[in-house]
Design a protein. Sequence first.
Length: 507
Amino acid sequence: ALQHLHQAIQQSRNVNYLAAPLIGGKQGSGASSRPVCSPANQREVVGQVIEASVADVSTAMAVAQAAFPAWESTPAATRAAALDAAADLMQERLPELVALIVREGGRIQVDAVSEVREAIDFCRYYAAQAKEKFAAPIELPGPTGERNSLSLHGRGVFVCISPWNFPLAIFVGQVAAALAAGNTVLAKPAEQTPLVAALAVGMLHSAGIPAHVLAFLPGDGRVGAAMVAARECAGVAFTGSTEVARIIARTLAAKDGPLVPLIAETGGQNALIADSSALPEQVVRDVVASAFNSAGQRCSALRVLFVQADIAERVSTMLAGAMQELRIGDPADLRTDVGPVIDEAARKVLVAHASWLDSFAKPLYTCALDERATSHGSFFAPCAYEIDSLSRLEREVFGPILHIVRWRGEDLDKVCDAIASTGYGLTLGIHSRIEDTVRRITARLHVGNTYVNRNVIGAVVGVQPFGGEGLSGTGPKAGGPHYLYRFASERTLSVDTTAAGGNASLM
Ligand code: UN1
């Protein structure tokens, strides 16, 4: 199977991929075009992107608006069948999708494989949810002589704006949820990763999602802004930074016309608290996975390890040892543990943060970069620093930099307060074998996803619904049983069924 993936990556180098605006099945006019290069090697052109123009956004809105009534009244089972068929296609073409995620997104092969699985899971999960919840109205109890029911409907044209760190899974997840709920969709992939998203859109269309129901609009923030500001926009699903989520919320609030919901999944200042009852081997294993997997470019990734002083020395020594084993390099090479960061802008932010840390923090370990494997890409060596207090950090820094804070036995509440005061609430790790400690921490912190004695990444669709609170997002949780509700309108219908009302035959 691995050989197969390797071949797919080689073959993918002979294809010149194209991501172009796609509206009603036709290519949009486009504003400008540019090559898409691999973050692992800026000289490797993966394909071309034609970015959508603002005029494309208006056309796509009009087309999607016109297509809405027919899609909304399509039986949920039919919509679900198209998503299931898309999942089948993704499964069949997994090697090609993996190849593009590796080349365009710089993700290592195992991450890319899990990502394709996650995209497939999202399609199947939301398809199942749509069949369960959207197929027929729920009858509600009421007084005799009255019939009450509750039904779910699509809202209209949904705008989906997704990030580059899961260029397939999050893109497909948002789109599948919006479609399953009966909305038509304008989807904008991240600027850095339009190609794999374009491939997925092709699969969704081949699987039976009508061309007019799903438009694809690659581009930068200007395209996103036009989508959100459009009169027809009936809802927005956004995954990305807290700052951009605020800009979207302001744009929506300032519009005339209907009130429009925003489903935002944003950043985190994710912490893991290890107390002296924790097993240092386990802590180190899970910290390395949580902080450095995917080059720390997950919103779930660990940023701050709070380690109790009694075990801090052992954990630090073992952590430095484990970091020494990490291999940083070509994401297409199976021996690689950590690939590149997404682009030069991202690398520069990390370099600046590390040099700021150098001015006051105690460096624990910085991984070595192999010049030959990394000189043409945006690589950043994973590193760990000990700092005296979490309050030093103002915001999330998106990459493989781990901060470590030591705490003393009596300070557990202060640790919790420090984590709470960041305002974020996405993931939290607890390593402890004392039940009371686990209970004390979970009672105090408002966090979307808490993980005990394990790593804090890789939430599984339907198993660990994902999403945070506060600065980390609005909910509901992706991959959870309530996600589709926010993409829908709920309507109740109450009918007088008494003969006296003359309505006995109604409903
Ligand atoms: C993100 O990184 O934007 O649990 C969200 C995880 C993933 C996180 C996805 N589901 O690691």
